[in-house]
Design a protein around this ligand. Structure first.
Ligand code: NAD
Ligand code: ZN
Length: 345
């Protein structure tokens, strides 16, 4: 079968012919999935670039990719949760199911977490072996192109769902694919005003298309001043989705005293902010978000897509044949896209 691999330590990836896994390769709770769509995540781009994080984490040879929608074609001897023919997406955080966190309803922060396509062979291939514990049978109404991005969609939901957004003013810093999804989610959740800060012209346009009420480019205007011009009390909730230190610092200044902050963005190292004056003395509640809650977040994602409450056609900007994966990575590297989905049909 064809697979996109990190063959050896160093930048880049290669499309290679490798042995197709079959039923003999399955552990008792493993499932063989025929991958029909796979989407490119920022993590795949990190692995492509071979940055410091990838060098410390990835052990080649490895099939990369973790976001996918596919069809179950074979199951291990003890699999009970899915059957051949089921259409599935995958939670990419593979929990051990036996640690303190897993036993207490917090599998998404499992102590022994393994990540699909990072610690195990991933989904940028015609077939993938995935444990049944992370498979999600999505509703038949959901198109494959959108099912493939349910995982990052779940990130946006998990971040936004920390608090009740009904009638709240919300600031989203960063309108990457996940920030764009969060705009629609905040709207569905009843936010009264959704303000977005974003610096990239294409992403600004996309934020508009996804229904942002106000978009501020902090490279051109002072975010804090602009927000207080619109809202005397600032915003109730900040959803940090940029991974940019300055966006976070200014975002915190925009939050009303006693407000809430949900942080998904990864800063990639230590950041310097005035914790006392920006967070403690202003009585903010800050939530750190990792992954998706298993499987409350998936249920919400499924419902929002099944009932067409969120339209991901304004986030999925490119659907391209698997063989053109290099074009997909180029789009991601230049950030000239929303989500890029590879079609393996
Ligand atoms: P992305 O990098 O495509 O989006 C980030 C956006 O922020 C970009 O559009 C960029 O132009 C914008 N930005 C940069 N500087 C800014 C500034 N000063 N002000 C406003 N906007 C600015 O990433 P994504 O895929 O949408 O993911 C969003 C963030 O979430 C990233 O930091 C990613 O690493 C992180 N992430 C975290 C988890 C988790 O489990 N915690 C999972 C997935 C992604
Ligand atoms: Zn665990």
């Amino acid at each position: 079968m064809k697979a996109i691999m990190k063959e050896k330590a160093g930048p880049g990836l290669v499309l290679k012919e490798v042995k197709k896994p079959d039923v003999n390769d399955l552990g008792p709770r493993d499932v063989l999935v025929k991958v029909r769509r796979a989407s490119i995540c920022g993590t795949d781009v990190h692995i492509y670039k071979w940055d410091e994080w990838s060098q410390s984490r990835i052990i080649p040879p490895l099939i990369t990719g973790h976001e996918m929608a596919g069809e179950v074609v074979a199951v291990g001897s003890a699999v009970t949760r899915v059957s051949i023919g089921d259409l599935v997406a995958a939670e990419t955080h593979i929990p051990c199911e036996s640690c303190y966190q897993c036993k207490t309803g917090r599998m998404h922060v499992c102590k022994n977490l393994k990540i699909l396509g990072v610690d195990t062979n991933g989904v940028f291939a015609e077939y993938a072996i995935i444990p049944e514990s992370v498979l999600w049978r999505f509703s038949s109404e959901i198109p494959l192109d959108f099912a493939s991005v349910m995982e990052p969609f779940g990130n946006a939901i998990h971040t936004a769902a920390v608090t009740n957004l009904l009638g709240k003013n919300v600031l989203i810093t960063g309108a990457g694919p996940i920030g764009l999804m969060a705009i629609q989610i905040a709207k569905v959740a009843g936010a009264s005003t959704v303000i977005v800060s974003e610096v990239d012209p294409m992403r600004i346009k996309m934020a508009q298309e996804n229904g942002a009420d106000v978009i501020i480019n902090p490279a051109e205007k002072d975010l804090v001043k602009e927000v207080y011009k619109i809202l005397d009390d600032g915003v109730d909730v900040l959803l940090e989705m940029s991974g940019n230190r300055k966006a976070f610092e200014d975002g915190l200044k925009c939050v009303t005293m006693g407000g809430e902050v949900s942080v998904l963005g990864i800063f990639g190292g230590k950041i310097d902010i005035s914790f006392d004056s920006l967070i403690t003395m202003r009585g903010l509640t800050v939530y750190g978000i990792t992954g998706r809650r298993m499987f409350e977040t998936w249920r919400i994602a499924d419902e929002l897509l099944r009932a067409k409450k969120v339209d991901l056609s304004k986030v999925v900007t490119h659907i391209i044949p698997f063989e053109q994966w290099e074009k997909g990575f180029e789009l991601m590297l230049n950030k000239q896209c929303g989500k890029v989905v590879l079609n393996l049909d």
